[in-house]
Design a protein around this ligand. Structure first.
Ligand SMILES: *[C@@H]1O[C@H](CO)[C@@H](O)[C@H](O)[C@H]1NC(C)=O
Length: 399
């Protein structure tokens, strides 16, 4: 019988194990350094639009001058790169003039016809768009999703999207406070420069953007003169960073903290080292409570949470949490998760392969949850479920 010496094989195997664990521990150590941490949470240097010019939106299939790239200033001096996207029907009505305008980054957007069409039409509607982590204004499913924003009313729904600080052509580095400042800068631009009242503004957000838009909504509702937007559509939200770390998969594949998640204490300790908290479920609950406490019986808030069951980046259980916290905050005595689940079973509108929807209303507001069977993490942003949610958010409040 030939003799096989197992010792070197076992030795190599042990070395490989030790080395991998070593690398993983180093990786976790690096994670505790804020600069690297931000790279993982925001992924802002992974632009995904390498070798493309985000000042030439035609590269992503837009008609000439349908999109106007321009710059916005934040209160702390950063410059944000933004796109103003015209809806198709409106574009068609002004095509000849638009074609004659200069292309590329607008030195002053106020001189552009597209901006004038937004500002001067008292019936125009505006979506403020907050994208997710990584990439730029032009990456992935974002361009198709800009087209979905206006699909319900292609004559009057404009969209303005920004790259947050540190993303794309925008200056600075991302942080939780910084991204809120960026969102405030966009909202101010919309209300003060374009003159659109918040009743004609809906916030759209996906993934990381949902945290930014919830933060903005809460901030604006807390001002001495509260500002309430017409509504918000949240696609693939997460409850908060702490809950996200246990489940997040980079690119839907690599569960970076999965090995740690099996040790709740270790994960909790690691979470104390993560600077960005993005407490979305609690911030949304605060906002709903505040609105419920306001005078008058007119509707004050309109929240739609949309998630796909096949989202491998952020599981849809996060939407269940977000929805529950919002609904809990809307009822005076609160409601337990299980109790709400029972209510939902009774009131769900089933749509077969199209998923299901639950609509919870009080005298003060609307909270909807739409769970799709298909849509993954990003693709869903371009789907009709989003177009109709945007339309509903403009219409339901009828302000
Ligand atoms: C639900 O709402 C009640 C009443 O406002 C509150 O006391 C409770 O803390 C809330 N539950 C959660 C999990 O936030």
């Amino acid at each position: 019988m030939p003799h096989i010496n197992l010792t070197p094989i076992i030795r190599s195997a042990i070395y490989i194990c030790i080395t991998s664990v070593g690398f993983y521990v180093i990786f976790l150590g690096v994670l505790t350094i804020p600069l690297f941490q931000n790279q993982i949470i925001y992924l802002n240097r992974v632009t995904l639009t390498w070798f493309q010019d985000v000042n030439v939106p035609e590269q992503w299939g837009f008609l000439r001058n349908q999109v106007t790239p321009f710059n916005l200033r934040t209160e702390d001096g950063e410059t944000l790169h933004a796109w103003h996207i015209l809806p198709l029907q409106l574009y068609g009505q002004h095509e000849e003039e638009l074609l004659e305008e200069p292309s590329g980054l607008a030195p002053d957007i106020k001189n552009r016809l597209g901006f004038k069409l937004l500002r001067d039409d008292p019936s125009s509607l505006l979506v403020l768009y907050f994208h997710g982590a990584a990439g730029t204004l032009g990456s992935g499913w974002r361009p198709p999703s800009y087209r979905a924003m206006s699909a319900g009313e292609p004559g009057r729904i404009h969209t303005i999207a920004i790259d947050y600080r540190g993303f794309g052509e925008s200056t600075g580095v991302p942080s939780e406070e910084g991204l809120l400042k960026d969102a405030v800068a966009l909202a101010k631009f919309a209300m003060e420069e374009a003159g659109i009242p918040p009743s004609r503004i809906v916030l759209f957000a996906q993934s990381l953007g949902t945290a930014v838009s919830i933060s903005l909504t809460n901030h604006m509702a807390n001002l001495p003169e509260p500002v309430l937007f017409s509504g918000m559509v949240l696609v693939a939200p997460f409850a908060n960073v702490e809950m996200l770390t246990a489940t997040y998969r980079v690119a839907g594949i690599i569960p970076i903290l999965d090995p740690i998640a099996k040790f709740p204490r270790l994960l909790a300790w690691l979470n104390t080292l993560i600077l960005s908290k993005w407490p979305s479920k609690d911030a949304l609950a605060d906002f709903v409570r505040r609105c419920e406490g306001m005078d008058g019986n007119a509707l004050k808030y309109h929240i739609t949470v949309i998630h796909a069951e096949d989202d491998y980046d952020i599981p849809w259980s996060h939407s269940e949490q977000v929805f529950w916290h919002a609904v809990n905050a809307s009822s005076p005595n609160g409601i337990s998760y299980d109790e709400l689940e029972r209510d939902k079973e009774a009131s769900k509108v089933m749509r077969g392969a199209g998923g299901w929807v639950v609509d919870q209303r009080t005298m003060k507001g609307v909270i909807r949850e739409e769970i799709m069977k298909y849509g993954l993490h990003d693709r869903i942003m371009s789907y009709p479920v989003v177009s109709s949610a945007i339309l509903r958010a403009f219409r339901d409040l009828g302000r």
